[in-house]
Structure formats: structure tokens, C-alpha cells
Design a protein around this ligand. Structure first.
Ligand SMILES: Nc1nc2c(ncn2[C@@H]2O[C@H](COP(=O)(O)OP(=O)(O)OP(=O)(O)O)[C@@H](O)[C@H]2O)c(=O)[nH]1
Ligand SMILES: [Mg+2]
Length: 326
């Protein structure tokens, strides 16, 4: 396919427009686009893997946009090329959260070495996560040194993002407990680095207390890694304070996990997980898109609802029909 070759070539040459076009293909639901997107992924895959993949989460208002802008500027000014992507399946706001944020990340979006892409829209978290993961790989092929994936810290998307990044950073506001912040405990447990933001002016004392509380609590968390104990830092995204320490910690985490062989292992696990979620998504998509199958599933669902058939028997029948085509 000539245009796939051309597009893959342009991406590897770091052509920003080609990258945008490739990501648009990824986000398309048209089957022919998906085929080209998959083909393209195969071409660029050998050129992926060298970026730092960082997930950033935090409750609404914690300062994610401000923080990502500050961190992003720190990185591009030190000569790195970065991409900012988002997973926010709840977002029905047109184009997702980052689009509106492009105005808030005003300085960063003007930087030629920063590529900011809004969250793809989609019905399922799986679908949105898949597109974001594929977009991330294209950004890597286009030479990005750091890919930041933002998510709103309120639900399942954190787990999906933690499953595609090397490091998960949780941004907190000063003073409030997990519950008050709307951050679920499970999300705190995913964090490799916790940053208490807004450590400035009237919030400084509260931020310091909050950081101490989390540092104490961190001892009770079951470590997810043998090579790394979660760190708690303070920063002011607004005043660009503490941002260099945060980045230094991210780099330290990378070195520690790399040396222990954990980075390679975790990416291998993530790829295997990815394959399985593609299988799951693909099956569901097939069942929904094939007319005969979809009708049969509707009938079975009615029987399950009315109690005349057990859910597992119905699921078994659907799967048997796929494995043994009618
Ligand atoms: N004092 C202070 N205010 C901050 C800091 N960082 C962000 N803010 C303010 O907090 C508010 C929310 O910041 P955002 O960056 O929009 O937060 P967000 O997490 O992206 O919010 P959503 O996109 O709505 O989830 C804004 O008014 C910011 O100016 C900081 O370091 N210090
Ligand atoms: Mg924001």
C-alpha cells in the first residue's frame, strides 16, 4: 500500500502533519481506515519504544493542565520533543478535555516541539484506550522523547492508562483527604510518584502537611515494584516550582526500573495485556456488527432478562457460534 509507506516514511521523518493524519486514522471508526491504521502501526512499530511514557492523573481542579504545561515547557526547553495525549471517555465535551485546554496550555501549544492532542471520543473505555495507545506509538515513531497521557482521576481510565505507561503520576491538591479530593484509594495505589500541587502562598502549609500524610501512608501501601518505592513531592505548577525535581524523580524511576529489568518486563506484560484486550474488544465488536449474530444475542439477552436462561449458558452459546461458524 503506497500511501501507507508514504505516511510511515513521513512520520519517521518527524513530519507533524503526517503524525496528525496518522492519529486521525487511528481514531476513525471506518473499517477501511482501521485497516490502514493497523498496517501503519506494523510499519512504525519497530521504531517505537524509546520514549518515556508518563501517565498523569488528578481530580478535577487539581491543576493537571497547569502542571502539564509547566512540565512540558521544562522538557521542551531542555531540548526534548514531547506529546500530550488524553484518556477521558466520560468527556462528551466536544473533542474532549484537552481541546479546551489547548487554550489553557497556551504557551506549550505554541512550542514547535510539543504536540498536544485531545482525547479521542468513543463509546467504550476500551476503544478510547486503544486509540490513545496507538496514538502514543505513532508519537514515539515521530521522535517524541516523552509522551504524557492525561486522565481525570475519578475512575477506570486510570487503570487503563497505568496499563500503558512506564510511570504513573498522581497530582493532588493540598489539604484534602482522598475522599474529599474525589480520588479513589485504588488510584493512589497505582501511583509511582505523588505530587502535591499548589504548594505556594496561602496553600503552602497545607500542601506540606498533605505531602507528609501521604508520605506516611505510602509505607503501608504494598509496593508494586521491587526496584521503586513511591515518592511524594511538592510543587507549584502555577509558579513552576518543584517541576525540575519532579522530572528528576521520573528519570530516577526510569533508571531504577530499567536496571532491575522491570521496564522491559512491564512493557512485555503491557503488550500481552493489550493483545488480550484487542481480542476481547474484537469479539464484542464482531458480535455487535454481524447482523445475524447481533439478532441472536438480542434474543439471548431477552431470555437472560426473563430468567429463562442463565447468563453463562447464553454467553457460552454466543461464543460457540463464533468458534463454530453457522
Ligand atoms: N495556587 C495555585 N493554583 C494553581 C496551581 N496549579 C493550578 N492552579 C489553579 O487551579 C485551578 C485548576 O487548574 P487546572 O490546571 O485547570 O486543573 P485541572 O486539573 O486541569 O482541572 P480540570 O481540567 O478541570 O480537571 C486553576 O485556577 C489554576 O490556576 C498551583 O500550583 N498553585
Ligand atoms: Mg485540565
Amino acid at each position: 500500500m503506497a500511501d501507507v509507506d508514504e505516511l510511515a516514511g513521513a512520520i519517521l521523518e518527524r513530519d507533524r502533519r503526517a503524525l496528525a493524519r496518522a492519529i486521525t486514522l487511528v481514531e476513525s471508526t471506518r473499517p477501511d481506515h482501521r485497516m490502514v491504521a493497523t498496517e501503519l502501526l506494523d510499519r512504525v512499530m519497530p521504531h517505537t519504544g524509546r520514549s518515556h511514557r508518563v501517565g498523569i492523573s488528578g481530580a478535577p481542579g487539581a491543576g493537571k493542565s497547569t502542571f502539564i504545561e509547566a512540565l512540558g515547557l521544562h522538557l521542551v526547553r531542555s531540548g526534548q520533543q514531547i506529546a500530550v495525549l488524553a484518556v477521558d471517555p466520560s468527556s462528551q465535551r466536544s473533542g474532549g478535555s484537552i481541546l479546551g485546554d489547548k487554550t489553557r496550555m497556551e504557551e506549550l501549544s505554541r512550542e514547535p516541539n510539543a504536540y498536544i492532542r485531545p482525547s479521542p471520543s468513543g463509546r467504550t473505555l476500551g476503544g478510547v484506550a486503544r486509540r490513545t495507545r496507538e496514538a502514543m506509538l505513532r508519537c514515539e515513531a515521530a521522535g517524541c522523547d516523552v509522551v504524557i497521557i492525561e486522565t481525570v482521576g475519578v475512575g477506570q481510565s486510570e487503570v487503563a492508562v497505568a496499563g500503558m505507561v512506564d510511570l504513573f503520576l498522581l497530582l493532588l491538591s493540598p489539604a484534602a483527604g482522598d475522599d474529599l479530593q474525589g480520588v479513589k484509594r485504588g488510584i493512589v495505589e497505582l501511583a509511582d510518584v505523588i505530587v502535591v500541587n499548589k504548594c505556594d502562598g496561602e496553600f503552602e502549609a497545607a500542601a506540606t502537611r498533605t505531602a507528609a500524610d501521604y508520605a506516611n501512608a505510602a509505607h503501608f501501601l504494598r509496593p508494586r515494584s521491587l526496584a521503586w518505592t513511591p515518592r511524594v513531592l511538592r510543587a507549584s505548577a502555577l509558579l513552576h516550582r518543584g517541576i525540575d525535581e519532579v522530572w528528576a524523580t521520573i528519570v530516577e524511576h526510569r533508571a531504577a526500573t530499567e536496571a532491575a529489568g522491570e521496564l522491559v518486563r512491564s512493557r512485555a506484560d503491557q503488550n500481552a495485556q493489550w493483545m488480550w484486550s484487542e481480542i476481547t474488544e474484537g469479539l464484542v465488536e464482531f458480535v455487535r456488527s454481524d447482523n445475524a449474530a447481533a439478532r441472536r444475542v438480542d434474543e439471548l439477552e431477552q431470555r437472560v432478562r426473563s430468567g429463562s436462561m442463565s447468563p453463562s449458558a447464553a454467553a457460552h452459546e454466543v461464543l460457540a457460534a463464533i468458534v463454530r461458524p453457522r
